[in-house]
Design a protein around this ligand. Structure first.
Ligand SMILES: [Cu+2]
Length: 147
């Protein structure tokens, strides 16, 4: 009887402290021949009442995984202007309470740097997402060439 009671308490406390984070549409871009970097995209849904930050990403397929943001910048050369994408590394990216953050081409992404081997269409890449509340989430990215 005592055992049943303590089990019930564990379940109850897990429910109370659970931070419902759902990660979906996890995809990685197939590497271009000769390239040792690629980008990973996903949707991160924060169903909790508190804002959460993605602070780090760990993987075994590359030496480094960084959080990046691409932004479009206008370049002017004489009378000519054209748009190009610039990206910068971020320490973290915030997912506000009850919102979904999309990591997508042209915006936020996870950059895999110094890949140990090329990624081909259909490959799967295991990633561990680390959040500001110290929770971690394991996700699998499917490699695709259609990006
Ligand atoms: Cu990048």
């Amino acid at each position: 009887m005592k055992k049943i009671l303590s089990l019930a308490l564990v379940c109850l406390s897990l429910n109370v402290f659970a931070k419902p984070v759902e990660v979906s549409k996890v995809i990685a871009r197939e590497t271009i021949a000769g390239s040792k970097v690629t980008a990973v995209y996903m949707d991160i849904q924060n169903d909790s009442d508190e804002s959460l930050k993605l602070t780090a990403v760990n993987t075994k397929v590359s030496k480094k995984a960084e959080i990046h943001q691409s932004s479009q910048v206008k370049c002017h050369e004489g009378n000519d202007s054209h748009a190009m994408y610039k990206m910068r590394q971020l320490d973290s990216v915030e997912i506000p309470a009850h919102e979904t953050l999309s990591l997508a081409p042209g915006g936020y992404h996870i950059m895999l740097i110094d890949l140990l081997q090329p990624l081909k269409q259909g490959d799967k890449v295991a990633l561990t997402l680390v959040f500001s509340d110290k929770t971690q989430k394991e996700v699998t990215a499917l490699v695709t060439s259609n990006l």
